[in-house]
Design a protein around this ligand. Structure first.
Ligand SMILES: NC(=O)c1ccc[n+]([C@@H]2O[C@H](COP(=O)([O-])OP(=O)(O)OC[C@H]3O[C@@H](n4cnc5c(N)ncnc54)[C@H](OP(=O)(O)O)[C@@H]3O)[C@@H](O)[C@H]2O)c1
Length: 255
């Protein structure tokens, strides 16, 4: 089966991990926003594009020919987080998803996903190419944490969008990789004082999900990746006060 992997966020630590593992055997289109991928390999095509701009996406992929492949996998590995509801226990109602979080988490997925569905739908008149979406969410999304509402809402928009695409087109499949906190530059920027003892590394994410990412399983699946913390208790996610105190400490330090 000839596969092509389109990896958005290819310069991020997790995205780059996928690029390196997948490259030796498959074509990889590595997408970044500012700098072309520093990895050089005959299977790598580097694309620099701002995925929040639909017209740029169309232009960057205008020459893409899906009929060269049997399966195309879009790995979406972009998305920022923000500490919200800082006035807890007073709960700030979420009237709209934070626009910066929305642009980073949803728009970077949406325009390319739409483009690929249309392009592959047309290509299927010539060859029965399939499309797979892979998105990286958080294990915490299941609990709807007050401190990261915009992040969870935006990831849920992508979950719904993938499920809807699968429901209407049997040739689309989806994999959501839910991860616990992971040591990446973006996460450490938001939570600089975090205790990272039981955080995952980007390598853990890639190693823990690669077989599922490479597979041609059909339908919609979610998998959870986390490191076992011996002190873990469900209240880690379910008790608002505990969640808030931990985040405050991770964001501002112990004060
Ligand atoms: N770390 C965690 O604890 C954690 C937890 C749960 C989920 N996740 C998810 O894991 C994934 C990967 O996280 P990460 O920290 O490695 O990624 P990231 O830092 O958010 O982004 C990685 C890359 O995305 C590119 N990018 C950003 N905006 C773009 C745009 N508009 N158009 C094109 N490219 C753009 C940037 O490329 P340039 O360098 O070229 O600007 C950046 O290097 C994300 O989906 C995140 O939500 C992470």
């Amino acid at each position: 089966m000839k596969q092509c992997f389109i990896i958005a966020g290819a310069n991020g630590e997790i995205g780059r991990g996928f690029v390196e593992k997948i490259l030796p055997k498959h074509t990889v289109i590595a997408i970044s926003k500012q700098h072309a991928s520093q990895i050089h390999h005959p299977n790598l095509i580097s694309v620099v594009v701002d995925l929040t701009k639909p017209e740029e996406v169309e232009k960057a992929f205008s020459g893409f020919d899906p009929t060269q492949y049997d399966q195309i996998t879009f790995i979406h590995s972009i998305g920022i987080d923000k500490f919200e509801n800082k006035q807890f226990p007073k709960i700030e109602p979420l009237e709209t998803i934070d626009p910066v979080v929305y642009a980073s988490n949803v728009n970077t997925y949406k325009y390319l996903a739409r483009f690929l569905i249309k392009k592959i739908e047309a290509a299927r008149k010539i060859k029965l190419v399939t499309l797979k979406f892979v998105m990286i969410g958080s294990i915490a999304d299941k609990y709807g944490l007050l401190v990261m509402t915009s992040f969870t809402e935006s990831k849920n928009i992508i979950r719904s969008s993938i499920r809807d695409a699968i429901a209407t087109r049997s040739w689309i499949s989806g994999l959501i990789i839910n991860i616990s906190s992971t040591i990446t530059t973006s996460a450490m920027k938001v939570r600089p004082y975090a205790d990272t003892t039981y955080w995952l590394t980007p390598k853990d994410i890639v190693d823990g999900s690669l077989l599922r990412v490479l597979s041609n399983e059909v339908g919609y699946q979610e998998i959870d990746l986390f490191k076992h913390d011996p002190m873990f208790h469900e209240t880690f996610y379910t008790d608002d006060q505990i969640v808030f105190d931990r985040w405050k400490k991770y964001v501002h330090g112990a004060r």
